[in-house]
Write a protein that binds this ligand. Structure first.
Ligand SMILES: Nc1ncnc2c1ncn2[C@@H]1O[C@H](COP(=O)(O)OP(=O)(O)OP(=O)(O)O)[C@@H](O)[C@H]1O
Length: 260
């Protein structure tokens, strides 16, 4: 697909607007100057599925998500969205083009604009992808999926707890109409109760929309509750990819990767 056609409408036309998509990442490498942060990451996520990337601090989880978005360091490798109708190759797309094609990152630490009201943030993100006219309808859809956010629309970031900010960050991602949702450490720094609230929202999202998800997580309970398959990362290299069911029986191997 030529560069000028990486718009939301052009990608819709090619893949099918509400088509079920498979998301394939292969041979993804990321470096920051001389630092090789990620080597040869490969995985596939189908519609209705989630893959979790687990590993300790510095293992390369964030680099994987940022590499997919072509954001931050230098990334090489293949990133592809595929429906029954067509394939869209995002390997050479720019960050805004990857986002418009339907791959959305919910970054770590939430990163909400401090000065804007939450409702304003959601509208702006929706407008970016679906345009002004359709933005209000899009925000309604988001609030239908994450109703907890509705009472906070006229608040700003500083008036929300960490768990509430995480739910807003997810809602902001949804406003961008993702086909694939990338979640970077959604449970980071949250109390057990707030973590459970976030998990329930994400699980409901997975069930209700079937959108493919990639979640970077150090919390094993969160990863196993959400994911269908798990990639274990050590020092920038994927060590194994396994069915999450394996670890619901025996956690030894997944615990050793997070504790290494
Ligand atoms: N902007 C950057 N400049 C230089 N090196 C970086 C940069 N970002 C990450 N790195 C390095 O890349 C490697 C992977 O980092 P990354 O943030 O992807 O790990 P992570 O698994 O997400 O860790 P964490 O859980 O702590 O966020 C680390 O060695 C890190 O120091």
């Amino acid at each position: 697909m030529p560069r000028r056609r990486f718009t939301a409408a052009a990608v819709d036309e090619k893949l099918g607007k509400d088509a079920r998509c498979e998301f394939r990442v292969s041979g993804l490498n990321v470096s920051y100057g001389g630092v090789r942060a990620l080597r040869d990451m490969t995985f596939t996520v189908r519609h209705g599925e989630a893959v979790a990337l687990v590993g300790r601090n510095g293992a390369g989880k964030t680099s994987t998500l940022q590499g997919i978005m072509r954001f931050g360091g230098r990334a090489t490798g293949s990133v592809v969205l595929e429906s029954a109708a067509a394939t869209v190759d995002l390997s050479r797309a720019k960050t805004y083009e990857v986002a418009r094609a339907g791959v959305t990152l919910v970054p770590d630490s939430r990163r909400l604009f401090p000065r804007l009201e939450i409702g304003h943030i959601l509208r702006l993100c929706a407008e970016e992808v679906v345009g002004r006219k359709a933005a209000a309808e899009r925000v309604d859809w988001v609030l239908h999926l994450v109703p907890a956010v509705a009472p906070w629309l006229d608040r700003k970031r500083g008036e929300l707890s960490g768990g509430q900010q995480q739910l807003v960050a997810i809602a902001r991602g949804l406003a961008m109409r993702p086909r694939v949702l990338l979640l970077d450490e959604p449970s980071e720094g949250l109390s057990p109760v707030a973590r459970q609230d976030v998990l329930e929202v994400v699980l409901n999202l997975k069930r209700a929309t079937g959108m493919a998800m990639v979640v970077a997580e150090q919390n094993i309970d969160f990863a196993l509750a959400l994911a269908d398959s798990i990639v274990g990362l050590v020092s920038g290299s994927p060590m194994w990819t396994k069915d999450a069911e394996v670890f619901r029986q025996d956690r030894t191997e997944i615990e050793s990767v997070v504790a290494l």
